[in-house]
Design a protein around this ligand. Structure first.
Ligand code: FAD
Length: 290
């Protein structure tokens, strides 16, 4: 449901690994569904046990929440048959949205010989399941393993041409990173929606470590800004909230009307960001799934 500013939201969750984390996830789902987002998405773990939790949680979410669920599915480290079996399990459970991904290489493991060679092949197989909605990943600051920025964009174009409906980006903190990327994408003929992925900063150090791995730039100014509020949790929360809202508002002025929020399974910040951008709490929806 669009906000007053005509903005749509989607929210990404990861599979909970303990009972307290499960409780946190379901609390987050219960609160965020009242904003009537376009969809919730559930990431897919790199290892077997985490994958089981992803599958179980995504299917429960589909059954227990009125918000459509997009199941992430990775294809780079498993046999095609295994990946397709999971896709079929999701489809049979009623899930029609997918985020089709390669997945990061698992250390010390060689991919099986019959793994998918590209996400494009996975997209083709997902489309063969029936009526599905597919999102893919995009990298405003270029994927760290891409040979160059142009090759990265061409890979994105191939995924969209293969039938994905939209791209969701890796997080970034400077509006210009996204806007330049969107311009470059348009220049090579990409005309499908590119949805910015927004990561609220709960812990700057953790964000720095993760950003090193995924190639996102943390602005130099953030160190000093967060140092000032180091021992003031409320002020730190406010700072992180303001930074995310400012980023979204700048993008919205440039015509961006849909945001994908990386929740880290924590509701408060995402709820506050969304409401600052005009979302409002709606009456609970009925669940249509049996
Ligand atoms: P591709 O489209 O195949 O590649 C993207 C770019 O990365 C290309 O330029 C490609 O050349 C380069 N590249 C990637 N891997 C290699 C490689 N091995 N060799 C050479 N070049 C390579 N990961 C998960 O495990 N689970 C998730 O649920 C998940 N969700 C995500 C959601 C979003 C919105 C995003 C942005 C990322 C997500 N990821 C997830 C991370 C993603 O799997 C990694 O970034 C992965 O390395 C690339 O996946 P892709 O689908 O973009 O791959």
């Amino acid at each position: 449901m669009k906000t007053k500013q005509n903005i749509d939201f989607s929210y990404e969750f990861f599979p909970p690994r303990s009972e307290p984390m499960q409780r946190r996830l379901w609390r987050a789902v219960g609160q965020l569904e009242r904003l009537r987002p376009l969809f919730f998405s559930m990431t897919y773990g790199a290892l077997g046990s985490a994958q089981e939790v992803s599958i179980g949680t995504a299917i429960s979410m589909h059954r227990d929440s009125p918000v459509p669920v997009a199941a992430h599915l990775t294809c780079g480290n498993a046999e095609q048959g295994q990946v397709l079996a999971v896709a079929r399990q999701y489809y049979d459970a009623g899930i029609r949205r997918f985020v089709a991904l390669r997945g990061d290489a698992v250390e010390q493991e060689t991919p099986p010989l019959d793994a998918y060679r590209s996400v494009v092949e996975l997209i083709e197989d997902l489309r063969a399941l029936g009526e599905v909605d597919i999102s893919v990943a995009a990298y405003p600051e270029t994927h760290p393993l891409a040979s160059n920025a142009v090759a990265d964009l061409l890979r994105l174009r191939d995924k969209l041409d293969a039938g994905a409906q939209r791209a969701i980006t890796q997080y970034f903190f400077e509006a210009d990173s996204f806007l330049r990327f969107r311009d470059r994408a348009q220049r090579i003929g990409i005309d499908k929606p590119i949805i910015p992925g927004i990561l609220p900063i709960h812990d700057l150090e953790k964000v720095r470590v993760f950003s090193e791995r995924c190639g996102a730039t943390v602005p130099g100014s953030y160190g000093a800004l967060f140092a000032k509020v180091e021992h003031k949790p409320e002020a730190r929360y406010r700072l992180a909230l303001d930074l995310s809202v400012e980023l979204c508002e700048t993008l919205n002025r440039e015509g961006v009307d849909s945001f994908h929020l990386y929740t880290l399974n924590q509701t408060d910040m995402c709820l506050d960001i969304s409401m600052a951008l005009g979302a409002s709490l709606q009456a609970p929806l009925q669940i249509s799934a049996a």
